[in-house]
Design a protein. Structure first.
Length: 208
């Protein structure tokens, strides 16, 4: 549908006002909210995610696209709830204890929201207990751990250990500047993502 392609393209340019107007127009023309979500908003954000992965766009472009998407989501949410449209999955996300960096974590949260996931953002300096508690409370499918320092990434191991001990079944995905695939295997995490867009791709393979 032409209007959905238009929304996707405008979203990629971060044109919030146009995106919200066309989202409203699509609804009034009888297009299902779930179709607008998948074929316009999620599609647009995943293109931005791919471009971000290839360094064709940068953090500011991702943020303005996300702002446009969030504005459109506010319009769609009542309809999605009314029709009981389920999220693709639930992810609990946060920066580990002792670490106050949040740009990477926020980007990952944006990409997951853009892919149609429910995101429970625990913020920064999050303890192992808090991750476990939130994962249980929200019945999460995934836990995303971020660290930007070699001194704080070691705290990821405690979270993995405590989550497993508590019987949490959510897959644990880790990332951040000092983190590696080898480290993920070493601490028995389920996966490692080098960037925000890859995190979503890996999460989808877990859920399939």
């Amino acid at each position: 549908m032409e209007i959905l392609n238009q929304i996707s393209e405008l979203l990629q340019k971060g044109k919030m006002k146009d995106v919200t107007e066309l989202t409203q127009k699509s609804l009034s023309e009888g297009i299902a909210a779930s179709k607008i979500l998948d074929d316009a908003l999620v599609k647009g954000m995943s293109i931005i995610g791919e471009k971000f992965k290839k360094n064709e766009v940068y953090v500011p472009e991702v943020l303005i696209a996300a702002r446009a998407m969030n504005a459109a989501l506010k319009i769609l949410e009542p309809e999605l709830l009314k029709n009981n449209v389920k999220a693709k999955g639930i992810i609990v996300i946060g920066t580990v204890k002792g670490d106050l960096h949040d740009i990477g974590k926020n980007l990952v949260a944006i990409m997951f929201k853009g892919a149609g996931f429910t995101v429970v953002d625990c913020g920064v300096d999050v303890s192992a207990e808090k991750f476990v508690e939130e994962a249980k409370k929200s019945n999460a499918d995934l836990i995303g751990l971020s660290a930007l320092l070699t001194t704080t990434m070691v705290n990821m191991k405690e979270i993995v250990t405590k989550a497993h001990a508590a019987g949490v079944t959510a897959k644990i995905l880790i990332g951040g500047a000092p983190v590696t695939d080898n480290f993920a295997r070493e601490i028995k995490a389920d996966g490692y993502a080098p960037d925000a867009a890859s995190a979503v791709d890996i999460a989808k393979t877990f859920l399939n």
